[in-house]
Design a protein around this ligand. Structure first.
Ligand code: ADP
Ligand code: MG
Length: 695
């Protein structure tokens, strides 16, 4: 069948058949059109391939060579090694895992393209590179200057012969026999003003570019479309806060405020004052506030939220303050209880691990309006919790909550004001894109006297020195966190665990220190006790999992060691780092990497040690991970951004938003082109069920 249409089922394309069709369907590909939108992961061409002799350490590169030797090596760790050779030299490719598998894969004289980071150990090597097996002819294509696409590979696809090469065969055949064009919904004038390819060109060239720069041009067109659709969904689902009028009002002045501020052990920074003013203005306004308060870890967002709650209480309104972990909710409660009570604010705490009698009691008080400010975790959203007069909802570390959870708490009031806080700051254009109509306040400064945290990256073998550093620091009166990725050893993963380390260290290297341990499986009461001891200086070293990641506040902690730092995300590392350097002493973070470190792990660590600026970290994190995980987009029903890069594509975000604004007028006033686009976007949007935050 030569005549292929966009909606032809893939199953009937030559060389596919039912078995492959079934696997393709699992990746969302049923019709030819779907296949066209399955994009290559990267490309191979002569200009992107580095001669082996020219490789440098830490460089990430693609090489092409012939297998000269391969086999298992038994050393300190068993590994599989392949010697790959090109005209200029040879390099080792190393795998620590899957030795059996690789044994079966490699044969002498096969040609491979390998992509990875170059490291040095008795010669250049690549650990766990990405591999693409090439035939003689593809190798020749590359040397003739052709650019060939490399498609994402999974073992499922490989099993039915749809590895990168198989996919290439399929897409080539489809493009050769496709008898239809993809309809392009973008008005030509818009396309030209941004200098974008037409859709057909973009699709063809993203698979088979003739020149390298066509890859980026295609990507930009496809990214534009994605951003357009994404923002359409956000705009379409915006809440209509401007037409909503609150049922509560702030008539009383904040009388107890200055007294309260005087009772604090510090003065507010200019940044804190400025955002407090913005928030107070919002509270007094007629429409409900929905404001995002952003600021780097440790800049002091909590106190700002507390001031808002105090103001609410003075006006007879209740506030709910939701935090993502019990540790954090308890800490907020404990830290603020005294000062707030002195100011006449009645506070309460509600978390799941409280005794059920206590929970009932607190919920009862809250219902009767006898609690002004209720701190808590997700427990706050349960049905048995209700408020008499909820005027202010505060969400701490908002990205840790799903949209639905935020909404549930919000719905316990009658159009309450909403304040959400995050330590993952993002540029304004992005916030608009992601959150639609949230207003944004940013704290740009840090409390005086903070020193940037010294951050270093050490290999595992340097551990003895690291422990020595901890001992010296303890002698000087400092305290240390050591963070582990696991609670206990697991068979699947060869990682350090906090339980083993605790046994080992308290008998060994840290014998002379007072060592404690917290993790998610320790009972809440016990955990509290340990944290309390750590805070009060009765422990020198706290071994922990990432339960301590958010919010924990011990100004005397000066050192943090992160084991297996290569496994943590950038934002997560930055949050962890935020646990130290909260006082005036110089603090140090030591990130310990355990090989093998993947290419992305390497990039992350390099970036992490290079800056302590939360804004830069957030941007880099966006680049590396995409926004899906970071902002909980996934839970909202919005599509994943597969191609667009939120940081790099700012101009496309703005251009597509400009186009959207043109679309928001009466349909009949739109030109035909724009009507077509509108109808197209609306049709696609109506198939989705979106939930955005902010009530
Ligand atoms: P985050 O913005 O990360 O939530 P916190 O609100 O937990 O930060 O504040 C971090 C630490 O800084 C806390 O110990 C807090 O008491 C302290 N802090 C807050 N504001 C100031 C200030 N203006 N001056 C000095 N310390 C402050
Ligand atoms: Mg905080």
């Amino acid at each position: 069948m030569a005549d292929i249409k966009l909606n032809s089922p893939l199953q009937y394309i030559k060389g596919v058949g039912p078995r492959r069709a079934e696997v393709l369907a699992r990746y969302g590909m049923r019709e030819v059109r779907d296949l066209l939108f399955y994009f290559p992961r990267h490309y191979l061409d002569r200009t992107s391939v580095v001669p082996i002799a020219k490789l440098k350490q830490d460089q990430s590169a693609t090489i092409i060579g012939t297998v000269r030797a391969h086999g298992v090596l038994h050393g300190k760790r068993r590994r599989y090694e392949v010697i790959l050779e090109d005209d200029t030299g040879a390099i080792s490719l190393i795998w620590f895992q899957g030795v059996r598998y690789w044994e079966r894969i490699f044969e002498k004289n096969q040609i491979y393209a390998a992509t990875g980071t170059v490291s040095y150990f008795m010669g250049h090597q690549m650990i766990h590179p990405d591999l693409e097996r090439l035939e003689e002819d593809t190798d020749r294509m590359i040397h003739a200057g052709r650019i060939i696409p490399v498609y994402p590979q999974t073992s499922e696809l490989n099993k039915v012969g749809l590895n990168s090469k198989g996919m290439r065969r399929l897409t080539t055949f489809v493009f050769e026999n496709l008898s239809e064009h993809l309809p392009d919904y973008l008005p030509p004038a818009e396309r030209h003003s941004v200098g974008l390819f037409g859709l057909n060109d973009a699709i063809r060239k993203v698979h088979y570019p003739e020149h390298r720069d066509e890859i980026e041009r295609s990507r930009r067109r496809l990214a534009y479309d994605e951003l357009l659709e994404f923002q359409y969904l956000v705009f379409r689902n915006m809440s209509h806060k401007d037409t909503t009028v609150k049922s509560h009002s702030y008539e009383k002045p904040a009388k107890r405020l200055s007294e309260f501020l005087d009772s604090l052990p510090f003065r507010l920074t200019d940044g804190q004052k400025e955002v407090s003013r913005e928030i107070f203005t919002d509270l007094r306004a007629q429409h409900p506030m929905s404001r995002l308060l952003q600021g780097d870890v440790g800049c002091g967002k909590t106190v700002v939220a507390i001031l808002a709650a105090l103001y609410a209480a003075e006006n007879g309104l209740q506030s709910a303050f939701m935090a993502p972990t019990e540790i954090l909710a308890e800490q907020h409660y404990r830290v603020w209880k005294k000062a707030l009570s002195d100011a006449g604010v009645r506070v309460g705490l509600l978390t799941s691990s409280l005794k059920s009698a206590d929970k009932k009691k607190t919920a009862g008080l809250c219902e009767k309006g006898e609690i002004d400010l209720l701190f808590g975790t997700h427990a706050l959203i349960y049905d048995y919790v209700s408020f008499r007069n909820l005027g202010l909802v505060i969400i701490d570390e908002q990205h840790r909550f799903g949209v639905e959870q935020r909404g549930k708490l919000y719905d316990k009031g009658d159009n309450p004001d909403l304040l959400v806080m995050t330590a993952t700051p993002i540029p304004r254009t992005l916030a608009l894109t992601l959150y639609g109509d949230l207003d944004i306040s940013t704290i740009k400064d840090m409390p005086a006297g903070r020193k940037p945290i010294r951050t270093v990256w050490r290999a595992k073998d340097a551990r003895d020195k690291v422990y020595k550093f901890v001992l010296d620091d303890v002698d000087r009166g400092g305290q240390t966190y050591i963070v582990y990725p696991l609670i206990e050893k697991s068979d699947q993963m060869n990682l350090e665990s906090v339980e083993d380390a605790c046994k080992e260290l308290s008998r060994g290297a840290l014998k002379s220190c007072r060592v404690g341990m917290v993790h998610g499986r320790i009972k809440a009461a016990e955990r509290d006790k340990i944290l309390q001891q750590f805070r009060e200086g009765e422990l020198d070293v706290l071994l922990a999992t990432t339960v301590i990641e958010v919010g924990l506040d011990n100004p005397n902690a000066t050192t943090m060691i992160v084991e297996h730092a290569e496994r943590f995300g950038l934002a997560q590392l930055h949050q962890l780092r935020g646990r130290i350097g909260r006082g005036e002493k110089q603090a140090t973070l030591i990130a310990i990497a355990h090989p093998p470190v993947s290419e992305i792990g390497h990039q992350r660590l390099k970036y992490f040690v290079s800056t302590t600026d939360g804004f830069k970290i957030a941007e880099a994190d966006l680049e590396l991970r995409g926004p899906g995980e970071i902002f909980g987009i996934r839970q909202s029903g919005l599509p994943e951004l597969r191609i667009a890069r939120l940081v790099q594509d700012q101009d496309l975000i703005e251009a597509s938003r400009g186009l959207l604004i043109k679309l928001f007028k009466p349909y009949s006033e739109l030109d035909v082109d724009y009507q077509t686009l509108y109808k197209y976007l609306e049709k696609r949007a109506s198939r989705r069920d979106i939930q955005l935050g902010g009530g």
